[in-house]
Design a binder for this molecule. Sequence first.
Ligand SMILES: [Zn+2]
Length: 131
Amino acid sequence: MNATACPICSGPLTPPRTGRPPRYCSKQCRQSAHRARERARQADTEAASQRARLTRDIARLAELGAELAAAWAPLGAADPGPGHGDPITGWEAAIADMARRMSNLAASITRTAGDHQRTAAAYRADTRLAQ
Ligand SMILES: [Zn+2]
């Protein structure tokens, strides 16, 4: 970082005759940096909460997968194969319902991952701005 340029607008910094050199060229740029730091703090909190949601949702998806496998296992094991008349039925709605819940959860995980990517990018941009 060039210490003679304002980190917000890249404008020149005018060194005072005495005292500490300024970090920003103007009150507006100092306020912009302050707002960027606040946004970065909010993005940091939001990203952490998105990762916590992913931890919960991914654990739940694994549970649902195990429940689906457990529900299907006896049906699959009892399947006599072709040539034994009418197929066994009555299980379809329950299996489909479990698969639908997994599908909804997977869609939510997909959205949260995308949200996290955007939140992390905003954090990085605001952190760069506010340094
Ligand atoms: Zn400036």
